[in-house]
Design a binder for this molecule. Structure first.
Ligand code: NAI
Length: 502
């Protein structure tokens, strides 16, 4: 097989559902002759009609020419028997997510197509190694995992099983690039890259809700303020609680029920009760009314802080400087302690500290902690919590100071790592494990999370900005509070911290 074996190659897409149709569209737009097959009679015809309407709408909007649409549609040929696909050089499978059905399909195809035809599966959760088991040539099978909607989402995970021929993986990688996508290599392990690393985004939100630390509206507002396009609860409502739960369960089972991936009882209850999110009209939010926008957290009405005798900004770096500047702007005389081992504000005998993972109650009496702020300018919702021994006066003053600093303070329970810090630490931890286990490179993980789930940055970019010691500190604090395997630090992260010592 030469490097350009798949350039302009005729292609068979099997499965004319939401993904198969998208893949057929992208391939046809890139100039390939595409055969489209579905085992359900009439499915391909319906799919092509749907595609025609979608593309026509783009013509009306001026995004495509009528000629381009006609060309694309003319390149897609419906076939009603797999036997017609004998000349293709690539098969992309996007059928039902069942291993036996996928295996049977590839076994059938081996008897039809040429020996050098490449087999790609769009499976989102089944092992590529397992699908290839039983094929005469398991080396020709590779994962080509697109994201929904295929024409818009840039990411393609190119997934190699144990027997996948590296040359085949490279052919698919190059082809995805030719189709205008951003491919990343991944090893076939549960959840591949995105569905694995993203688990804590949902799991930490669900854990906080289960222990009644906060509400969906506060969680979503805080994560959006940290730069995420959607908060975890509104995103689960969009994906469907049942779908999200199914992925979590499959990653949990595929990892031999490793407690780190344990699904949430709360989510299970919602699924059992039919609270599936937007599609059922009710999930974390109620969509039954005409204007179904998730409620956002509202700022608390705060009294202005009293003029303290001592106002000292602790710590160094951009955040400490920003605090100092905001206080000076508000007319407060300040002192600075740049060599302090914590970051935040000392107000007379009280402390307002950036979370290091430990609950405020563990740090002292007159203490409040606030969450990690990621946006470059202080703004938006920010979680904070007071020590259980804090005085009512400090509980009232701490959020007022956060408001002076430019935030919309959101009071939550004194949970370790609050909302953003714990979620990010866990995303980084999962990504570190993935890299250590050879699932992908750090660069691939960053690209995958930004392009596959629209994260504002990649886990390793956060790690570089935040520092391994800090991330390990947050994880260790979580581990100390909850015990068990869930928050154990990835050995990769510890090694990285040790490297920084030399
Ligand atoms: P879908 O249910 O919309 O479409 C599947 C199509 O395959 C149906 O039209 C069905 O009639 C057809 N089919 C089933 N068995 C067949 C067989 N033996 N031979 C030929 N056609 C057959 O499903 P969807 O969502 O398009 O998913 C397809 C694959 O893509 C699955 O493996 C899924 O895990 C994966 N995937 C789905 C994503 C999504 O967001 N829906 C994202 C990424 C991957």
């Amino acid at each position: 097989m030469t490097k350009d074996f798949l350039t302009d190659a005729p292609i068979l897409v099997v499965g004319a559902g939401i993904m198969g149709l998208g893949i057929a569209q992208v391939a046809a737009q890139a100039g390939h002759q595409v055969m489209l097959y579905d085992s359900r009679a009439g499915a391909v015809g319906e799919a092509c009609a749907k595609l025609g309407k979608t593309l026509d709408a783009l013509v009306v909007k001026g995004k495509l020419s009528a000629q381009a649409v006609a060309q694309t549609l003319s390149r897609i040929q419906a076939i009603d028997s797999l036997a017609a696909a004998a000349p293709v050089q690539l098969v992309v499978e996007a059928i039902v997510e069942k291993i036996d059905v996928k295996r049977d399909l590839f076994l059938q195809l081996e008897a039809i197509v040429a020996a050098d035809c490449v087999f790609a599966s769009n499976t989102s959760s089944i092992s590529i190694t397992a699908i290839a088991n039983g094929l005469a040539q398991p080396g020709r099978l590779v994962g080509m995992h697109f994201f929904n909607p295929v024409p818009l989402m840039k990411l393609v995970e190119v997934v190699s099983g144990l027997q996948t021929d590296p040359a085949v993986a490279h052919l698919i990688f190059d082809l995805a690039k030719m189709w205008g996508k951003t491919p990343v290599f991944a090893r076939s392990t549960p959840g591949f890259i995105v569905n694995r690393i993203a688990r804590p985004y949902y799991a930490e939100a669900l854990a906080l809700l289960q222990e009644q630390a906060t509400t969906p509206a506060v969680l979503d507002a805080c994560m959006r303020a940290a730069g995420f396009r959607m908060g975890p609860c509104e995103l689960m409502d969009l994906i469907g609680l049942d779908t999200n739960f199914a992925v979590t369960q499959s990653v949990f089972a595929a990892n031999f029920y490793d407690k780190r991936f344990v699904p949430s009882l709360l989510q299970r209850e919602m699924v059992d009760g039919g609270l599936l999110g937007r599609k059922s009209g009710h999930g974390f939010y109620d969509y039954s009314r005409p204007v179904a926008k998730p409620a956002t957290a509202t700022p608390e009405p705060l009294p202005p802080p009293l003029a303290p005798q001592l106002l000292r900004v602790h710590g160094s770096g951009a955040l400490a400087d920003r605090f100092a500047a905001a206080l000076v702007r508000s007319g407060s005389p300040i002192e600075r302690s740049q060599s302090s081992d914590w970051l935040g504000l000392e107000v007379d005998a009280a402390q307002l500290r950036l979370t290091d993972g430990r609950p405020a109650s563990q740090l002292g009496g007159e203490v409040a902690v606030f969450d990690l702020s990621l946006a470059s300018a202080a703004s938006g919702a920010l979680a904070w919590a007071a020590s259980v021994r804090a005085s009512p006066a400090w509980c009232a003053a701490a959020p007022a100071w956060l408001q002076v600093l430019g935030f919309m303070p959101q009071c939550v329970a004194d949970a370790p790592g609050l909302i953003v810090a714990r979620t990010l630490a866990m995303l980084i931890n999962e990504a570190a494990d993935a890299v250590q286990q050879g699932v992908c490179s750090a660069e691939a993980a960053d690209a995958a999370m930004k392009l596959g789930v629209n994260y504002p940055a990649g886990p390793f970019e956060w790690l570089a900005a935040w520092g391994s010691d800090t991330v390990i500190g947050v994880l260790d604090a979580l581990d100390a509070c909850y015990r068990g395997e869930r928050y154990r630090v990835s050995p990769w992260l510890r090694q990285r911290a040790w490297q920084a010592l030399t």
